[in-house]
Write a protein that binds this ligand. Sequence first.
Ligand SMILES: [Zn+2]
Length: 162
Amino acid sequence: MRAFNELSVLGDYMAIRYDIENNVLQIDGNDLHPQSLDGNFIGLCKNCNADVNSLSYHSYAENMIVIAKCSSCKTIFAIVYDKDWNWQDEETITQFFSLKDSNDLRTLDSIDKKRLATVFTPAETTAMYAKARGEKYVRQYLYRARKKYTDFEELFDVRLNI
Ligand SMILES: [Zn+2]
C-alpha cells in the first residue's frame, strides 16, 4: 500500500489528525472542516471485514478525503479520492486532537509573552500551555489562572477560555 507521503498533495501523513467530536480533520496544522457529515457505507474493514461507514467528507487540494469508521473494531480511516471519486489512498488515523485545545494554543501563541507575564505567574502560564497542548497540568495553577481571565481580557482585550 502506498503511504500518504508519496502523494504530493498530502505531504507528510504523520501530520494528519482528527477531532472526532467536531469532525475536523487537521493536515499540517490546517483545520479542514467537514463539507458533509453523511453516513454512507464505504466498504469493508481491512482489519475485521465489518462495515466501514463515513463520518465526514473534506476537500483538500484537488482531492476529497473521507473519514470513515469501522462499525466493529472502531478503527478510523482516512480515504483519499481524486475529484472524479477514484480511490487514491487510505490510511488509518492514529492521531487525534481537540479543536478547542488547538485554538487555545494558537491564542496563547499569539499573545506577547510579556503580557502573559504581567497577569500570570510562570506556573500558571505553564499550566495553561500544558492544558492547550493536551499534556498533564497542575489543576491548581490552571484554576488560579482562570480566575484572572477577566482581568486579562480587560487589560489586553483577549478572551482566554482554556
Ligand atoms: Zn474493523
